[in-house]
Design a protein around this ligand. Structure first.
Ligand SMILES: NC(=O)C1=CN([C@@H]2O[C@H](COP(=O)(O)OP(=O)(O)OC[C@H]3O[C@@H](n4cnc5c(N)ncnc54)[C@H](OP(=O)(O)O)[C@@H]3O)[C@@H](O)[C@H]2O)C=CC1
Ligand SMILES: O=C1CO[C@H](CO)[C@@H](O)[C@@H]1O
Length: 276
């Protein structure tokens, strides 16, 4: 549940995390360092990276140079597809940590459900969690059937499923399942990589509330209790995207945005992707 006053969610293992953070996909190391510093300066306390993004060193530098204490920042990284399997995952985790220059992660995710290996990968994540190397473990791009198989065969329940989620892909059945199982949903590409910002209905709402289209969409995430991690490398947009806690969308407007759903993905369907 999002606590609107503190803007945090409490995960199913009791750990709290910000309901809002910065994504850094396709951002080079130096730009990642600069964006992380700009975000932390503007109140962000959660950063989403991955070994696949090849910018963990930049993220780590940004965190250090921000001067903000490690404990007040929630850092997520992910194990990539060709790093999966028990031993590979343990090694990938150490590599990520070394690049970030940190001695623990807040959240470690399986990036995609590589079907041959994700159960073994999860066993390695359970070990890292139980040893206190990471405060919480979760998954990304898992459908309901992947979650069911994972939970039927392993000990620790994932705290989060990070999936593509935006007004054109509302993931209704996954959302209901995650709510029942107390697994937090987290939105990747919440702005549909910027492609939703010209949508006429979103722009009508932006005008009605005196907000920008990005702010309308990100506010819809927050009110839907979905953790959101928009990416921007521009200081003014980083600031703009975080300025969503001073207004609320009316129920009828939430429903208007829900009705834009087209089940349209920008990324691969987790059931038919090439894990290489
Ligand atoms: N688990 C997974 O498989 C995946 C995870 N992710 C994570 O989710 C994060 C967010 O998703 P992402 O794919 O980056 O896409 P987003 O939906 O966050 O959109 C980012 C795009 O929107 C632009 N933008 C951001 N804010 C504004 C604004 N206020 N006004 C106008 N344009 C804006 C950015 O441009 P600019 O930078 O120039 O401002 C960029 O082009 C990623 O960075 C990554 O951390 C993403 C994909 C897959
Ligand atoms: O995290 C990621 C960044 O975006 C890519 C393209 O959409 C995804 O494939 C990847 O999972």
């Amino acid at each position: 549940m999002i606590d609107h006053l503190q803007d945090t969610v409490t995960l199913n293992n009791g750990v709290t995390m910000p309901g809002f953070g910065l994504g850094v996909y396709k951002v080079d190391e130096q730009t990642a360092a600069d964006s992380v510093k700009a975000a932390l300066k503007n109140g962000y306390r959660s950063i989403d990276t991955a070994s696949y993004y090849d910018n963990e060193a930049g993220v780590g530098r940004g965190i250090k140079e921000s001067g903000i204490s490690r404990e007040s920042i929630f850092v997520t990284s992910k194990v990539w597809n060709d790093e999966q399997g028990y031993h590979n995952t343990l090694e990938a985790f150490e590599n990520s940590l070394a690049k970030l220059g940190l001695d623990y992660l807040d959240l470690y995710l399986i990036h995609w459900p590589v079907s041959d290996t994700y159960l073994e990968t999860w066993q390695a994540m359970e070990k890292l969690y139980e040893e206190g190397r990471v405060r919480a473990i979760g998954v990304s791009n898992f459908h309901v059937h992947h979650l069911q198989r994972l939970m039927a065969n392993t000990r620790v329940k994932p705290v989060i499923d990070q999936v593509e989620y935006h007004p054109h892909l509302t993931q209704e059945s996954l959302r209901v399942f995650c709510e029942q199982e107390n697994i937090q949903l987290e939105a990747w590409s919440p702005l549909k990589k910027g492609r939703l910002l010209d949508d006429p209905s979103i722009n009508d709402l932006a005008e009605k509330y005196g907000k920008t289209p990005a702010q309308i969409i990100l506010r819809w995430d927050v009110q839907n209790h979905v953790v959101t991690i928009p990416k921007s490398t521009h200081d003014e947009r980083i600031k703009e995207n975080a300025s969503i806690f001073d207004f609320a969308l009316a129920n009828e407007d939430m429903q208007k945005i829900d009705s834009l759903n087209q089940n349209d993905r920008t990324g691969k369907n987790p059931d038919s992707f090439d894990p290489s």
